[in-house]
Design a protein around this ligand. Structure first.
Ligand code: SF4
Length: 489
């Protein structure tokens, strides 16, 4: 089953969207899908109750999302949902939008006409060119990939008729090298909105992240040239932290990424279960922010499937790199021609190891750990040893004045995530980066670029430092602010 990331509304946290699963049945047998096919289809009353719940949202505009299984196998039910939602939303003076994820096999003219009438956004899942698609997404009743041509016809029909459509390209670790080829294949057909989604639960390792970063860079460049909208380029990773409200067919309610519908993550299903639809009268009861969701994941880490944990690391790496690339572009003109007068408070004290700096603040001992890209492995042991020596507050800062490669940046944030997990259990220790009381927690968006740059320049070691390194360090500090913001309550 593919994952779908949906945006959170600003005011309503996760209360703008609700996902229903009309059926768990599907004609395909994708390699990465472990949907529970034995479950019953959603009864009509449950579907209506789910829509009623969505319409209790405080948001003026809401979105009803259909997911599966393959929802078009129960198009009768989907249509009834539209009719009901239209009538009820009018009664409540709410605007309602629709979003439907499909494998595309049944997406014919009639269905397109109906869905278009309601301005539905359609996400079609296709993993790229024939070889990848038929290998990863065979039919349940094996046909040797003969279905591919009719799927392409349906995709072309979709592109020709629906303005609001996108393609979800799911990849496994072994597909990363072919991503650009598959991306090019889809864009050559005229696809203009593409989401690249790593297959949830697959064994993505650290080397896969580096490979993905290389491929993603090429794709971002190509997307810019071809004017293709890459839906990944936002703030959604790790996708596990998205507090998506999902209603299963028997009226079971979850707050979490929709991989909970898979049979292989029973522990996650338990973690995200929020109760019975019948007993939830107001959607506000399910309100949860991304920060709360991420904190919940951290607390329950030991209960999670190991591949889910690896996926979270993968997501954190992607998040850090995307943010880094985006801010590099934004900040580059600012750094151009900067003079280093005034640089001086050194935090790059020539150590070969991650360096703790201890200072007394009243009765509390603050440990600032300067992470050295040359020795990230010692970051956690170093932090643990200063904590063992009695520090009550801890702050992590990257060593400045040296250039951080992208691999090191990804590693640094994965380490920081691990550190947050460790410190979560030590409630008496305050992590200054998260509590927001340190200078580093200034909040990237609010701070002006100039102020951010001044701060970095002040912290840089005196001496000749290239513009490239200044930009690298400045952006790293900003990515760090935004990363810790994910965990601030
Ligand atoms: S099309 Fe979707 S639901 Fe069907 S097997 Fe593939 S991933 Fe699973």
């Amino acid at each position: 089953m593919e994952k779908v990331n949906s945006n959170l509304s600003d005011q309503g946290a996760n209360l703008r969207n609700l996902m229903v699963v009309p059926t768990y049945k599907c004609q395909m047998a994708c390699r990465y899908c472990f949907i529970n096919r034995s479950r019953q289809d959603m009864p009509e009353e449950t579907l209506y109750r789910a829509i009623d719940l969505l319409l209790t949202s405080p948001c003026p505009e809401v979105e009803l999302q259909f997911f599966g299984g393959e929802p078009l196998l129960r198009f009768d039910l989907v249509k009834k949902a539209f009719f009901y939602a239209e009538a009820k939303s009018r009664e409540k003076s709410k605007k309602i939008k629709y979003f439907l994820v499909t494998n595309g096999l049944l997406l014919d003219e009639d269905k397109l006409t109906f869905l278009k009438q309601y301005n539905t956004t359609i996400m079609l899942s296709i993993d790229g060119a024939r070889q990848t698609q038929v290998e990863n997404r065979p039919l349940l009743k094996k046909d040797g990939g003969r279905y591919f041509n009719s799927l392409l016809r349906n995709l072309k029909g979709l592109l020709g008729r629906a303005e609001k459509c996108c393609v979800n390209l799911v990849f496994l670790p072994g597909d990363i090298k072919k991503l650009k080829v598959n991306f090019d294949f889809l864009t050559s057909l005229g696809v203009r909105n593409i989401r690249l989604s790593y297959a949830i639960g697959a064994d993505f390792r650290r080397k896969d992240l580096s490979e993905y970063a290389r491929e993603l860079k090429k794709i971002i460049r190509a997307a810019r040239i071809k004017r293709v909208n890459l839906l990944n380029l936002d703030d959604e990773e790790p996708c596990f932290f998205i507090p998506q409200i999902t209603i299963g067919s028997s009226g079971d309610v979850y707050v979490g990424c929709n991989f909970i519908l898979e049979t292989v993550f029973p522990e996650c299903v338990g973690l995200m279960y929020a109760g019975e639809l019948k007993s939830i009268k107001d959607i506000s009861r399910l309100k949860r922010t991304r920060q709360e969701q991420s904190t919940m994941f951290i607390r329950k880490k030991r209960k999670l499937n190991i591949n889910v944990v690896k996926n979270i690391y993968f997501g954190i790496g992607i998040y850090a790199l995307l943010k880094y690339w985006q801010l590099c572009k934004e900040y580059a003109p600012l750094v151009s021609g900067v003079h280093l007068s005034g640089a001086g408070k050194v935090n790059a004290r020539g150590s070969a190891k991650c360096l703790p700096i201890l200072s007394r603040q009243g009765a509390c001992c603050l440990a600032e750990i300067i992470a050295d890209p040359g020795d990230l492995r010692s970051l956690i042991p170093c932090a643990m040893s200063v904590l063992a020596s009695g520090a009550q507050k801890i702050k992590f800062s990257p060593k400045l004045g040296v250039f951080w490669t992208e691999d090191k940046i990804a590693d640094y944030f994965i380490m920081l995530y691990n550190m947050i997990e460790i410190l979560q259990e030590k409630k008496e220790i305050e992590m200054i980066n998260i509590s927001g009381k340190g200078s580093g927690a200034r909040g990237g968006k609010k701070a002006s670029l100039t102020a951010a740059m001044k701060e970095v320049v002040r912290l840089l070691p005196a001496g000749r430092i290239s513009e490239k390194t200044i930009l690298n360090n400045l952006v790293l500090m900003e990515v760090s602010n935004s990363f810790f913001g994910k965990f601030r309550q």
